[in-house]
Design a binder for this molecule. Structure first.
Ligand SMILES: Cc1ncc(COP(=O)(O)O)c(C=O)c1O
Length: 452
């Protein structure tokens, strides 16, 4: 079944650049010929402190008043605010270049460039070898469903896929559908401490494991997972590793080649861009997957998983979002600027989140969920419960004071369930983004104190 796709020799502008898929292999999983040890998660390079006020003028939403006061946006894990340059890039596309792709006239050619620019910028952001590894789509969930459907045609009864209890449903639901095809989908345990059980990981990985799907970090409780360790474990059994970077990409620099993952999916609306999903696939891998596609679709990566007309305007916004992040750092090229920017931003976000965590923890009646900030393996996302109140009640009260925070399970419903918090209505989640300030955190802490 796979061979039809492998043997496709359709011409493409990427032709010649892609590492060709092995032509004869019936075992698509054992493909790691040049193992590279993953670089560890390094969020906190010692850099000068980032000043969030320096970017405030770039975010129109931060100037908005509600009941004559500004809003405090702690809803970043659900989607960040968008800087002017992203908004402008999207509207400029509609004003000047709106067309479909692959034509002869000026606007269609400009649209082709918008799409290839987005792939190139995202390749740089993710540390991918090139734009031929970057597929674009509606959102992370939709891309993951497409990938799972392709895998369902590739995997055989008895093959195993590993998912985790900590993950967002978008990285569980698509893979659970493989049970309908006789694939054994196993679930790695989440410990009460908020970390994955790596002993359980090791125990559940075996020679039948074809794919491991895990988040780089938890959008519900902020844990950064040890994906480097898991990569080493998956190498031993020859399983593919798919990483959900949706909650990680806004905060930390990513290098897919250093990590050695096979697939990585993220969403631009979590890192100051528009609502689109982006997938990295290791060179040669996507070409071997029998994705759903029309006869008219380009039959090779990165297009072979893309369906229909994409959101071209949003892709102009994706490039602008990458440029926005890069503008916060310095360096001789885009990648260096991005790395520098992430180092500064993550230091700033970590400091605020750590303060929020510590001060919330000290309030009587508040229980902060998940790991503390003694380790750097933490995103700046702090979740808690308030004694005697549901998370919804807490968020409604905070909203009355212009504080935007989310309540519930945020689709990481299994994690919240396993932590025993689902029946109580989940948690209140406060996510720090680069534009948040220390004054905002002080204000929020005072507001939470009034709730207890
Ligand atoms: C960790 C994580 N994974 C996946 C998703 C789903 O992303 P999308 O909305 O792009 O489908 C989200 C969305 O909140 C998320 O936080």
């Amino acid at each position: 079944m796979v061979s039809n796709y492998l043997l496709s020799n359709k011409k493409s502008k990427w032709r010649g650049k892609i590492q060709p898929a092995p032509q004869k292999s019936n075992t698509p999983y054992r493909v790691f010929s040049h193992l590279r040890l993953p670089k560890l998660h390094t969020p906190m390079a010692k850099k000068s402190v980032f000043d969030p006020q320096s970017v405030h003028h770039q975010f129109p939403a931060l100037r908005r008043l509600h009941n004559k006061k500004p809003l405090i946006f702690l809803d970043g894990p659900g989607g960040t605010q968008v800087p002017e340059r992203v908004i402008r890039a999207i509207s400029t596309y509609y004003r000047r270049s709106n067309a479909n792709t692959h034509g002869a006239f000026v606007t269609t050619r400009e649209t082709d460039k918008v799409m290839s620019d987005a792939r190139t910028k995202m390749a740089t952001l993710l540390g991918a070898p090139g734009p031929e590894c970057i597929s674009l789509g509606q959102n992370m969930t939709t891309i993951n469903y497409s990938l799972a459907r392709a895998m369902s045609k590739l995997l055989k009864p008895g093959d195993e896929v590993l998912i985790t209890q900590l993950d967002h449903e978008a990285n569980r639901g698509p893979w659970l559908t493989l049970r309908d095809f006789g694939v054994k989908v196993r679930e790695v345990k989440l410990l009460p401490t908020g970390t994955l059980d790596y002993a359980d990981f090791e125990q559940k990985l075996n020679e039948n494991t074809r794919l491991v799907c895990m988040g780089m970090s938890s959008n519900a409780i902020g844990t950064v997972n040890d994906f480097a360790l898991v990569r080493q474990m998956t190498y031993k059994v020859g399983a593919w590793l798919l990483l959900d970077a949706v909650h990680y990409a806004p905060h930390f620099s990513i290098d897919v080649q250093a990590i050695g993952c096979d697939f990585l999916i993220c969403s631009a609306y979590k890192f100051y861009g528009p609502h689109v999903g982006i997938m990295y696939a290791k060179p040669g891998l996507l070409d071997r997957l029998p994705t759903d596609r029309l006869r008219t679709t380009d039959q090779i990566a990165p297009y072979s998983i893309e369906t229909g007309t994409l959101n071209h305007a949003a892709m102009a916004g994706v490039s602008a979002a990458v440029d926005f992040i890069a503008s916060l750092g310095s360096g001789d090229n885009l990648r260096e600027k991005l790395d520098d920017a992430y180092a500064k931003v993550s230091q700033h976000e970590f400091a605020l989140a750590s303060k929020l965590y510590t001060e919330l923890k000290a309030i009587k009646g508040i229980t902060v969920v998940g790991q503390d900030f003694s380790s750097e393996k933490r995103t700046p996302t702090v979740s808690f419960t308030v004694k005697g109140k549901t998370a919804e009640e807490v968020c409604k009260q905070l909203a009355a004071g212009n504080i935007c925070a989310w309540d519930g399970h945020f689709y990481a419903v299994r994690a919240i369930e396993v932590l025993g918090l689902l029946e109580k209505g989940g948690v209140t989640r406060m996510g720090i983004s680069l534009y948040n300030t220390e004054q905002e955190i002080d204000h929020v802490i005072k507001a939470v104190k009034k709730l207890t």
